[in-house]
Ligand binder design. Structure first.
Ligand code: THU
Length: 141
């Protein structure tokens, strides 16, 4: 997806939501039974999916959104256009995921959908985390 491809089309939205929903099949959520799927689209048009990966040591759990971001960054991608997040009931990204998304751009579009694939909210990282602490706050040395 290039800058020119924003705003998203309805086809873009449903495609990202479907990918996030399909990814949920791989969620590892034996403790919460709350599978989460994410699909993150880079500005270059690639899509990275992610799922939550829980752990018997509960705090070690990783969320779906951060899994997707870390997969993308580790493959050399840092510019994101949109992320779809799908849960059974349309849950919203947690604070840690908002912070990690904010690191790579305030304008990333966030699509929040439920397990039926219905888009419940379309927002941005900026709106989900106003006043975020970002790289610009750190003095370069
Ligand atoms: N979870 C996510 O994957 N993303 C969020 O933004 C919120 C929570 C996961 C973590 C845990 O595996 C389960 O949902 C219940 O908290």
């Amino acid at each position: 997806m290039t800058e020119k491809m924003l705003p998203l089309t309805d086809e873009d939205r449903s495609s990202l939501i479907d990918l996030a929903n399909e990814a949920r099949r791989h969620a590892y959520a034996p403790y919460s039974h709350y599978p989460v799927g994410a699909a993150l689209r880079t500005k270059s048009g690639k899509v990275f999916t992610g799922v939550n990966v829980e752990n018997a040591a509960y705090p070690t759990t990783m969320c779906a959104e951060r899994t997707a971001v870390y997969k993308a960054v580790s493959e050399g991608e840092r510019e994101f256009g949109a992320i779809a997040v799908v849960t059974d009931n349309g849950g919203s990204p947690c604070g840690s995921c908002r912070q990690v998304l904010a690191e790579f751009g305030q304008d990333t579009v966030v699509l929040i959908a439920n397990g039926a694939g219905e888009l419940l909210q379309e927002t941005t990282v900026k709106d989900l985390l106003p006043g975020a602490f970002t790289p610009k706050h750190l003095v370069k040395r």
